[in-house]
Design a protein around this ligand. Structure first.
Ligand SMILES: CC(C)(COP(=O)(O)OP(=O)(O)OC[C@H]1O[C@@H](n2cnc3c(N)ncnc32)[C@H](O)[C@@H]1OP(=O)(O)O)[C@@H](O)C(=O)NCCC(=O)NCCS
Length: 397
């Protein structure tokens, strides 16, 4: 063992909503057919959140819990939580902070990352940098989306493409050479308007006009995005492989962003690799943006497509425009050793207590505000004020 630090993937988890929306369901409410969608995209069905109880954060929490369980890592050991998303719970606070709180990751910093469908790879690259540099030992990286909430369900050009879901990985420090060995990040903001959510930001804050013009929904120039994707995907795969010091043929599996089978087939051709080296599951989930690659990785693991020592490339592209790839040498023996039942029970008790802790802190803050009022306002006698302030300071620790 040497002192060099490597960023290893040690845990993984995914979560998709239960509700399935098939092409046939869409064909009942708009001018489209299963044949058109399948032949142009490869998508047969997608998952969508069903009610207000499900959102980006609930999917992210469930995927994050699964990843912690596979890694057998207590949430208090996390140093950082990064959530890549184009559909955050709010503009602020960050979705990552809500996830951190729900998981009881009390020692972790947390932030969201926005890089369109490449977001998860950007986040994974940032996590690997944090681990290799020594600023973090354990990072939870999540890609989570509820694109159904920003989809115009009357626009057949876009609504057939997207779905909801979340996937998560734990990146931990190891001292053997393995894990995330190289990354490539790219962007071209001149293509920003090709895939855009026009309103809701500082450029066009929400107003009656923006809502009635449908500007809070995804707008896309499909043909241009298609052209862009088919160019950057093989290029990003080639350059990350080169950066890792490998040859394309060394790759056991490529996990591409799951947007369209025709885009993936074009990459297969350009890279001259056998099609079976590309993992595809988009027929069941559609394009889940930053969640698509971690969900695909989880399913590739479940299907036994990855073994210890395998060389993998994850490649994404998306709004921004952005593209990104990472090269991974898989270091964890698979299938993963099943967790003893008591460890799962213990973990679920911890998550329950984390929820209680969060509720207690919120309630205490509200109570303090009601009883004591803003600091400096006369009313409470000195001693009670001091006790209340002390309780408030303790809660902030
Ligand atoms: C969107 C996409 C599937 C369209 O496929 P395409 O072969 O380029 O189709 P076209 O744009 O040429 O449209 C062909 C026709 O089908 C129609 N059409 C579009 N959506 C349709 C649908 N759901 N059902 C039936 N017809 C549809 C169009 O209106 C057009 O009709 P017209 O010729 O009468 O105007 C394809 O461009 C694509 O996948 N682009 C990339 C999108 C993507 O991946 N975005 C996310 C990136 S992260």
């Amino acid at each position: 063992m040497n002192g060099e630090r490597f960023a290893q993937i040690t845990g993984w988890g995914m979560c998709v909503p239960e509700r399935v929306l098939t092409n046939a369901d869409l064909a009942k409410v708009m001018d489209t057919t299963d044949e058109w969608i399948t032949s142009r995209t490869g998508i047969r069905e997608r998952r969508v959140v069903s009610d207000a109880k499900e959102s980006t954060v609930t999917l992210a929490i469930r995927a994050g819990r699964e990843a912690l369980l596979t890694a057998a890592l207590p949430p208090v050991e996390l140093d950082l939580v990064i959530v890549a998303t184009a559909t955050p719970e709010y503009i602020f606070p960050s979705t990552a902070c809500l996830v951190q709180d729900a998981l009881g990751a009390v020692n972790a910093g947390a932030y969201d990352l926005s890089a369109g469908c490449s977001g998860f790879i950007y986040a994974l690259s940032a996590a690997a940098d944090a681990v290799r540099s020594g600023s973090a030992d354990h990072v939870l990286v999540i890609g989570a989306e509820t694109l159904s909430r920003i989809t115009d369900w009357t626009d057949r050009n876009t609504c057939v493409l997207f779905g909801d879901g979340a996937g998560a990985l734990i990146v931990s420090v190891r001292h053997e050479r393995c894990g995330i060995l190289a990354s490539v990040l790219g962007s071209d903001g001149s293509g920003g308007e090709l895939l855009i959510l026009p309103a809701g930001g500082s450029h066009a804050p929400a107003s009656h006009e923006t809502v009635s013009a449908g500007e809070h929904f995804i707008k896309m120039n499909g043909r241009e995005v298609f052209r862009f994707a088919t160019t950057v995907m093989p290029r990003a795969a080639e350059s990350v492989v080169r950066k890792a010091g490998w040859h394309l043929d060394d790759l056991k599996l490529i996990i591409p962003h799951q947007a369209n089978t025709r885009i993936i087939e074009s990459a297969v051709k350009r890279l001259s690799l056998p099609p079976e080296r590309f993992f595809i599951n988009l027929e069941r989930y559609g394009n889940t943006s930053s969640a698509s690659i971690p969900i695909a990785l989880c399913e590739a693991i479940d299907e036994g497509r990855i073994s210890s020592g395998d060389k993998l490339a994850l490649v994404g592209f998306g709004a921004g425009l952005t593209w990104a790839a990472v090269a991974i040498e898989w270091g964890v023996p698979l299938p993963a050793r099943p967790q003893p039942w008591y460890r799962r029970v213990f973990a679920h008790v911890f998550f329950f207590l984390a929820g209680l802790r969060s509720t207690a802190r919120r309630s205490a803050r509200r109570l303090y505000h009601v009883v004591a009022g803003p600091v400096g306002r006369p009313g409470l006698s000195g001693r009670i004020r001091k006790a209340a302030d002390r309780l408030q300071a303790w809660l902030r620790r």
